[in-house]
Design a binder for this molecule. Structure first.
Ligand code: XCC
Ligand code: SF4
Length: 647
């Protein structure tokens, strides 16, 4: 297939071409081999939750309409949806739990390589969690935070503490519906229980629990991951960086870190700066050690340390195929098993580091908090030793400059300045209409659509219409690759109002806010907009929307559901939300749920149409707020005409 149909990114196209010539397989080829994919699966109408099945419902109404147990299509579709949310929640939250464990170990002096970099945030979070700070050392406070945070995953009673950050009316809605999230483990276990054979068989009831589970992710596991990572590794502030395969260096030892948890990658970055190791690299004939990231780990590292990004999800195999990667260290999530096959064609050493994420036949070097830096140094050494085994190298030219690192705190700071950091300027500019509203663009890259196309097209459409875009995950990297997070290039594409505001503040119109767990930053940003005042009392009232037009992961469905349950409109690429097999479930998710929760899902695969939907939604929220006072059209009178005429 023509590489241009596979990716809109020139560097990726070049590598796809190389791989095809060399007869190496990648995700696009495997997708072709899988086609046509199962139509029942796409609609969400198959069930294999018990051994009377597998069962599937005939979508055309001619064949069976019930599983062996009698489950109807609504139950089956809703249960599949719930299980996707539960899986996504567990992924984000298990990441959060790992961070909490390292955090606690660091506080106790048992993880000597980790320190607390952002003590301002440490005090803030301590206060929110009710931890005493007076006359106590940083480590004492951190130990209490760590203990409380860890309990949020598995406590037997009470609700998620971070959910108290949400606007009050939002919390009341959750209370009324009985979906205030409890411990993460509890919600996930209950989700699995409810969806087993013979339990929850009322689709709305199932979806309500999907909300509660997802909220435990957004306002729990993910939010804790973000906050604890900020305290440990530093809250991101805007900085410059480079994105795309062209960041790999012909004359340096290239190490790629891929996955999600900065626990590993932070240490590899530290090890790559070690003087002895740099000297060893030089001895091996390399000019230096170049660490680059893929996927969300990349976002975490670029935001905090300016480490370059080699690409998003679909770039992982392409990066290895450059022949320039000495070592790729992976931890958890979004790591393709296909990497092992591609790595066999090159000198690249693929190494797994998380005990819960091994790949058969791939070397495993476990990363433990007590000895993290030493393990990282060991990995860097392996990379250096491997430098001389390189064969032919094909690094594409493409790379883009980006400005990245917009945490909710830094947005606050950028907008308001050091002495009056606040969201006031943003709210004012939304109210006066220079900025119409805010949209979140999140998600992955999926070989089913040309890489990066939907995210970037949507972003361009929105900024053109004066909508400020916040982005996370692989969508951020897509936008970065096309210059959309570079103020110089991107402001040219922005509408006049947005452009004026961004120029005054010195920010791009597309703000890169981090990794998948950092979608929690967007929840906080929405909450801050509400708190600042003038735009309603709840997230469901402010002119915001979210979109994920390209996704691969169940995590994206969990994220979508927590945004919907927090009051937002979420637009998904149609083929990535497998609920269309049930009219009732679709009607509820796309409509009825709004009455209950103030937010809803919508599906649209065309980014231009998705932009229109977002704009319509934003304008309707503006109308409801009464801030869309139309400028009165003034007819010219004689005096005006005289003033205009040039004599
Ligand atoms: Fe994975 Fe987070 Fe998706 Fe990228 S964006 S493909 S989930 S790495 Ni979150
Ligand atoms: Fe079939 Fe019901 Fe068992 Fe699912 S739970 S596999 S629908 S019998």
């Amino acid at each position: 297939m023509d590489p241009k149909k596979r990716s809109t990114d020139k560097a990726a196209q070049e590598m796809i071409g190389h791989m095809a010539e060399a007869g190496q397989q990648n995700a696009w080829d495997r997708l072709e081999a899988q086609s046509p994919q199962c139509g029942f699966g796409k609609l969400g109408v198959c069930c294999r939750f018990c051994s009377m099945g597998p069962c599937r419902i005939d979508p055309f109404g001619e064949g069976p309409q019930f599983g062996v147990c009698g489950a109807d299509v609504d139950t089956i579709v809703a249960r599949n949806f719930l299980r996707a949310v539960a899986a996504g929640t567990s992924a984000h939250s298990d990441h959060g739990r790992s961070v909490a464990e390292v955090f606690l170990a660091a506080a106790r002096g048992e993880a000597p390589d980790y320190q607390f970099k952002d003590t301002v945030k440490l005090y803030k979070v301590a206060e929110e969690l009710g931890v005493e700070t007076k006359d106590r050392s940083v480590n004492e406070i951190a130990e209490d935070i760590g203990k409380i945070a860890l309990a949020e995953f598995g406590k037997s009673q009470g609700h998620q503490l971070m959910a108290q950050r949400a606007p009050k009316p939002r919390q009341e809605i959750w209370q009324k519906l009985g979906i205030t999230p409890r411990a993460v483990d509890r919600e996930v276990v209950e989700a699995l229980h409810r969806s087993t054979m013979g339990v929850d068989q009322d689709y709305k009831n199932i979806i309500m629990h999907a909300s509660r589970t997802a909220l435990a992710d957004g306002w729990g596991g993910s939010m804790l991951a973000t906050e604890l990572q900020d305290i440990l590794f530093g809250t991101p502030y805007p900085g410059r960086g480079e994105v795309n395969l062209g960041v790999l260096k012909e004359d340096e030892v290239n190490i790629i870190v891929h996955g999600h948890e900065p626990i590993l990658s932070e240490m590899i970055v530290a090890a790559s700066q070690d003087k002895d190791l740099l000297a060893e690299a030089e001895k091996a004939g390399a000019k230096g050690i170049n660490v680059a990231g893929i996927c969300c780990t990349a976002n975490e590292l670029l935001m905090r340390h300016g480490v370059p990004i080699a690409g998003n999800f679909l770039n992982q195999e392409l990066a290895v195929a450059t022949g320039a990667v000495e070592l790729m260290a992976v931890d958890v999530q979004c790591v393709m098993q296909g990497l092992a096959e591609v790595a066999k064609c090159f000198h690249t050493k693929l190494i797994t580091t998380a005990d819960k994420g091994k790949i058969l036949g791939v070397k495993h070097v476990p990363m433990e908090e007590k000895t993290a830096l030493n393990t990282a140094k060991e990995l860097v050494k392996i990379a250096i030793e491997n430098y001389t085994s390189r064969g032919q190298v094909n690094i594409p030219d493409g790379k883009e400059r980006v400005v990245i690192g917009f945490s909710h705190e830094s947005i606050n700071y950028m907008l308001g300045g050091k002495y009056r950091a606040s969201y006031r300027p943003l709210n004012d500019n939304i109210i006066n209409g220079r900025i119409r509203g805010v949209a979140g663009i999140v998600g992955c890259t999926n070989p089913k659509v040309p890489q990066d196309f939907t995210h970037t097209t949507l972003a361009k459409e929105l900024i053109k219409q004066d909508v400020l875009v916040l982005t996370t995950g692989c969508a951020t990297i897509a936008c970065g690759k096309q210059g959309l997070t570079n103020p110089k290039e991107a402001l040219e594409l922005a509408g006049p109002g947005l452009r004026e505001v961004c120029e005054a503040v010195g920010i791009p119109p597309v703000l890169a806010c981090g990794s998948c767990v950092d979608n929690s930053r967007l929840l906080v940003a929405c909450t801050e907009i509400v708190r600042e005042g003038g735009l309603g009392e709840d997230i469901s009232e402010i002119p915001v929307a979210g979109a994920c037009l390209e996704s691969i992961s169940e995590k994206a469905i969990a994220i979508g559901q927590y945004f919907v349950s927090s009051g937002a409109l979420v637009i998904f690429g149609e083929q990535f939300l497998p609920v269309s097999g049930s009219k009732n479930v679709s009607d509820y998710l796309f409509g009825g749920i709004e009455k209950d929760l103030g937010g809803r899902w919508a599906v649209e695969s065309d980014p231009v149409k998705a932009a229109e939907m977002i704009l319509e939604h934003i304008e309707s929220k503006r109308d409801a707020l009464g801030i869309n006072v139309k400028a009165e059209r003034k007819l010219y009178d004689m005096a005006d005409r005289r003033a205009l005429s040039v004599e």
